[in-house]
Design a protein around this ligand. Sequence first.
Ligand code: PGA
Length: 253
Amino acid sequence: MRKKILAGNWKMNGDREEALSLATEIMGMVQDEYRGDAAVILFPSFVHLNAISRLVEPSNLMVGAQNCATHEAGAYTGEVSAKMIGSVGGQYVIIGHSERRSYFQETSSDLAAKVQQCLKASLKVIYCVGETLEQRENATHFEVIKEQLKSCLFHLEPSQWSQIVIAYEPVWAIGTGKTASADQAQEIHAFIRQCIADRFGQQLASDVSILYGGSCNETNAATLFNLKDVDGGLIGGASLKSRSFVNMLKALP
Ligand code: PGA
């Protein structure tokens, strides 16, 4: 049985005080209001990771990082290794977010190296895939997504897939207020699962959680989360509001 997950990608938002109070509010509401068994993962900035990890330790909430280095250790000024993330309580890392791919020119080989570093450090990965508007309009989106999966994940050992979660985030839906329709989301999620099944078999594919991300909010969450191949969400903007984020958690079936 695959896991339901609600992940909050805080991006570059919040000073220490704001980050701690957001995490405190979310933790309190989850404890008071949520009886389900979905995993809740908060992704603050690196500088808040240790503090938030300590704060949420008594709860079921988990924390992760939004990025990690391609190398294990050494003279890479400004970088943060997977092992360092694990050492401050991080359990997950987001790899391949479209903002990293486009603004920071991260290539498939960078991303494959980052995935490798996470697996080696016993961290789980939320690996993001998604097409641009232009790719969708050219009808190359299936190809693009398959290539994104193939280049970073298809060389893994089947056993390593227990550390992998996929997030489908159409680039045209991120932070734009445009969400994929239920049909569009289900179509791509089913396609992703089929690509994994073709390479690793049906059983493994049906155990992989595939999250939707891109302008997901309190209003559309229930529709998206009830789709057959959608196992939760990777939430940006709406994860910065504790009430909205926890309402989305409660929208998970
Ligand atoms: P958004 O971002 O929810 O603000 O569209 C999602 C993401 O980038 O993970």
